[in-house]
Design a protein around this ligand. Structure first.
Ligand SMILES: [Mg+2]
Length: 278
């Protein structure tokens, strides 16, 4: 069983700045400070972390636990109207090819599709709702689980294990996002990482973070499906082998544990076939 975790903003959808606008309004109502989100980048961070930064910019100190809860509640109250305004203003869109990608994965019994997003759970549902993509996700890790993206991803995997009632190994988890923060969080948790360049992330930062899979968007599904190991590599390259390590993580693993014994066995078999000794 494999788990594929999708980030929301810039990876599944673009909500036309609805989140930032809702947070700006919430902070203005609570602290009187205007347009605080223009002063820092929200992309790739968790809501918990962004809300704290926004509040700090609004009144010069970190929010207390009660104040943080107030920011969250107010944000969730304002967000539906902001999302609706984005849809109405034609600023809300789905990322190219993502629906086809999800449809393809949903038809695969060996794959569990989940969310790995910095959004609060309530915010994630509100942002996804107009896209019609929510039906593909039965579990996820959210910004309310942790301020740290890697812990949020681990929460998603724990929920996947609960859903599937099996233990999921880190090398069976694939994280897809649109910023270098998605990639770094995946690596920190020991998961595979893939990124698109057509989201909100900085292309150079994304490239520097070294995702295993990088594409503009999901228009061409072939490389994504090969990366996930659900479609055969046309060159016949087998994944998970010593000669073609899947990722630096696996490289390190095979480097530590020696070569894949199955490869030796396969090699000996084909040698015998060539020699005609079988
Ligand atoms: Mg994103």
């Amino acid at each position: 069983m494999k788990v594929v975790l999708f980030d929301i903003d810039g990876t599944l959808i673009k909500a036309g700045g609805a989140g930032a606008s809702a947070l700006n309004k919430a902070i203005f109502e609570l602290t009187g400070a205007k347009d605080v989100c223009a002063r820092f980048s929200l992309q790739g961070s968790t809501d918990k972390s962004n809300f704290e930064t926004a509040y700090k910019m609004g009144c010069g100190r970190r929010p207390t636990a009660a104040e943080a809860r107030r920011v969250e509640a107010l944000y969730l109250k304002i967000l539906p109207a902001e999302v609706a305004a984005a849809v109405k203003g034609k600023k809300y869109s789905k990322v190219k090819g993502v629906e086809q990608f999800l449809k393809n994965l949903a038809g695969n019994k060996e794959i569990l599709i989940g969310l790995g997003t910095g959004n609060l759970k309530g915010g994630a549902c509100l942002k996804l709702e107009p896209s019609g993509l929510a039906k593909y996700f039965s579990f996820g890790g959210y910004g309310c689980d942790s301020r740290h993206r890697s812990d949020m991803l681990r929460c998603a995997v724990k929920r996947a294990e609960k859903t599937a009632k099996i233990k999921i190994q880190p090398n069976a988890v694939f994280v897809i996002g649109d910023t270098h923060m998605d990639v770094l969080a995946a690596k920190e948790a020991g998961y595979h990482s893939g990124a698109i360049l057509d989201g909100f992330g900085d292309a150079r930062e994304i490239q520097k973070s070294g995702p295993e899979m990088l594409a503009k968007d999901f228009t061409d599904l072939n490389p994504w499906l090969i990366w996930l190991g659900v479609r055969r590599d046309p060159k016949g390259v087998r994944r998970d082998t010593y000669i073609c390590p899947d990722s630096p993580i696996e490289h390190a693993q095979y480097g530590r544990t020696g070569i894949d014994l199955n490869d030796i066995e396969d090699g000996v078999k084909s040698l015998r076939l060539i020699k005609g000794t079988v």
